[in-house]
Design a protein around this ligand. Sequence first.
Ligand code: GLA
Length: 384
Amino acid sequence: MPIRKLTTTVLFGVIVWMVFGLGPEANSPKKVRKQVFGKTSRGETVELYRLTNSKGMEATIITYGGIIVALKVPDRNGKAGDVALGFDSLEGYLKGHPYFGAIIGRYGNRIGKGRFSLNGVEYTLARNDGDNHLHGGIKGFDKVVWKSKQSTGQGGPALELFYLSKDGEEGYPGNLSVTVTYTLTEANELRIDYQATTDKDTVVNLTNHSYFNLAGQGEGDILRHRVMINADRFTPIDSGLIPTGELRSVDGTPFDFRQPCAVGERIGVDDQQLEFGKGYDHNFVLNGSVGTLRLAGRVSEPASGRVMEVLTTEPGVQFYSGNFLDGTLRGKGDKVYQRRYGFCLETQHFPDSPNKPAFPSVVLKPGARYQTTTIYRFLIASKE
Ligand code: GLA
């Protein structure tokens, strides 16, 4: 009898051990898997990395553009859904697209007239957005193949990406050595750490351009998503989407997201700023101190119960409501991306800062280190 009892106890122990993942890897899939995704037209191999945690979240990132190609996040029933817009194959990305999931640099967002002066020298950049320079130029950091290294740091499975942007690339001064680290934590956070050093004075503003739809990619527009942005002010723009230099209070405007508000609620009102942006395409001046990781915004989607929080050390965030999506792109699973099928929250320095001395400086000098962090954290809405 004692022997039988012992056997039962041991058996029970083994079952508990297996089910709750105290041992076997299968039950604790905090890992990184790697495979080849394809080749660029220049013959460079593009790798795909899949980061998984034990909470049902998965982030898939490729070395071309450091693009987040998929982000699987559980809904309120525990069912995982892909909340990031993108393509199934490398060809989709190579054909050209509006920066889906990509790392943006050397300067994210716009630089007016594609020029700026630094230490009395004028630098000329590509004008790839009407009269202006956008997202690093013709071949920005979103279109280069990054070197990669996987790691399983303390925070969770991680992918480190490296790129050396040569002196003069896209018109920018200085050799810029960039490291971007994606970490998937057990708290369902995708953490992005950006670092850079230079050998000459230059300007830097790195971000990620993921388009989210918390109902699932391709599942309709984002107008019912409720958005909160932790900003008392925003930077109004001219008709070319270049900030005028003013920091305007959001008070009494359709840009007041201090209390959660559905994207669609005020997007159609008669407002010159919304007209210029064709909807929301504006930089918000985040409250709190720059350099400190703090809440920038929170977005919730009522049907799925998914909530995304954005935390950042950056001074600003571009809220873009996918106004330029127009149904011409066919994405993952053959989904057609119609107008406003995705939104972006691009954490950043303010647009056109190199030409706006009153904005926080974007100058990086030799010997200094550019270092910023942004976290996309996924939660489930608490029942009301
Ligand atoms: C940024 C810009 C938008 C648009 C998209 C890409 O978010 O602010 O105006 O150019 O990129 O389509």
